[in-house]
Design a protein around this ligand. Structure first.
Ligand code: NAP
Ligand code: G4F
Length: 343
């Protein structure tokens, strides 16, 4: 009998790669979809026709209990979140509800369906749980690189909510004996990245500038340093974490740092343009509390999970630019009304 997985956030970047990966491993894959006519559901269905869908929302406890009860998953991957950091200053309560309380609701759904009525170390559950924690939790990092033992200093309501999700996951592991893990993933990108994130904002703008459809690209802090990897690599790590004998917390990244300026330079260079002719700084895009520098120490993950990234940063940016040149050309030639973020 195939293993069954339930993925929240199936319509997002990571959900799409994880869904495809688990299908390739022979899993029966169920994606939790919110809303009565979510347009992103048809996008992911086109990519992976064998996916199954179930309705639910991280804001709605009963829907999660019902989804877990119906699917009876062996593994739950909680990727659903409002993932754009600046939005968390505009709607902090909503982001806290989805990204923080949503984790508690999913853990409760597993607890209830597994029949764990009281906290007890030895009870356990057959359902393994993955929480999408984030390097944003390190925030104003107290050391570089950051590892599984580095303390947290989140800088946004998003980061604070992720810290809650992280610790409630650990707490259910310790209180109920659940197999619950947290993946502290550093920034990961792909041609499927949302258009609001900086790498995709750059690759789309470069494509449009190259094709004569735009001239300027407005950005905020070019000095911010991130450890960027390829999303397709990172979903393999999520799966590997749930196959370990004991649950734990893991840092996943590349261990290589680049600035936003590097990303800009690589992307413009790739199409033979000088970024200085096109990039303008918009102070409105500078964050009220910035995360200046993130870099992963992946010593533990590479040794114990036997995991390593396969796509270097320059290759990643070039892959995204090439994909966007193809997409923007297609949209332009055929007058397609697809949004810039479509894939
Ligand atoms: P993404 O592309 O923005 O996808 C987010 C997903 O969450 C979408 O499928 C969205 O579904 C879903 N969602 C939003 N609100 C929801 C709700 N109330 N109930 C259920 N689902 C909801 O994000 P991503 O890049 O794939 O990231 C996946 C997860 O990893 C997120 O938790 C993110 O915070 C975390 N993370 C990402 C990175 C990164 O660099 N990508 C790094 C560290 C951690 P709709 O279609 O309904 O909007
Ligand atoms: O691409 P970003 O918006 O990603 P950010 O804030 O690092 O968050 C992403 O990675 C986290 C993991 O560390 C995830 F948890 C989170 O869900 C998300 O996936 O911004 C990257 C950097 C920031 O320092 C930002 O200030 O780029 C800088 N930046 C400069 N100009 C910009 C811009 N970011 C955006 N989005 N847009 C700009 O114009």
């Amino acid at each position: 009998m195939p293993k069954r997985a339930l993925i929240t956030g199936i319509t997002g970047q990571d959900g799409s790669y994880l869904g495809e990966y688990l299908l390739s491993l022979g899993y029966e894959v169920w994606g939790l979809v919110r809303g009565q006519a979510n347009p992103r559901k048809s996008r992911i269905s086109r990519l992976a026709a064998d996916l199954n869908f179930i309705n639910g929302d991280l804001m709605d406890q009963a829907s999660l209990v019902s989804a877990v009860d119906k699917v009876q998953p062996h593994e739950v991957y909680n990727l659903g979140a409002i993932s754009f950091v600046p939005m968390s200053w505009e709607q902090p309560e909503l982001v806290t509800e989805v990204n923080g309380m949503g984790v508690l609701r999913m853990l409760e759904a597993i607890r209830i369906v597994s029949g764990l009525s009281a906290p007890h170390r030895d009870h356990g559950s057959q359902i393994r749980f993955y929480q999408a924690s984030s390097s944003e939790m390190f925030g104003k990092a107290i050391e570089t690189p950051q590892s599984e033992t580095t303390g947290f200093h989140p800088r946004s309501p998003y980061g604070v909510a992720k810290v809650y999700g992280h610790f409630i996951t650990r707490n259910y592991r310790e209180s109920f004996g659940m197999y619950a893990v947290s993946g502290m993933l550093f920034n990961h990108e792909s041609p499927r990245r949302g258009a609001e994130f900086v790498t995709r904002k750059i690759s789309l703008a470069v494509a449009r500038i190259k094709l004569g459809l735009q001239d300027k690209l407005s950005l905020g802090n070019l000095d911010a340093v991130r450890d960027w990897g390829f999303a397709g690599d990172y979903v393999r790590a999520m799966h590997a974490m749930l196959q370990q004998e004991d649950p734990g917390d893991w840092v996943i990244g590349t261990g290589v740092m680049h600035t936003v300026r590097d990303a800009v330079q690589i992307a413009f260079d790739h199409v033979g343009l000088d970024w200085r002719d096109h990039v303008v700084i918009d102070p409105q895009l500078v964050r009220p509390a910035e995360v200046e520098i993130l870099c992963a120490d992946i010593g533990r993950a590479s040794a114990a999970l036997n995991w390593k990234p396969t796509v270097a940063f320059a290759e990643l940016m070039q892959m995204m630019v090439e994909s966007d040149v193809r997409q923007v050309t297609r949209e332009h030639e055929y007058g397609d009304l697809l949004t810039a973020a479509s894939w």
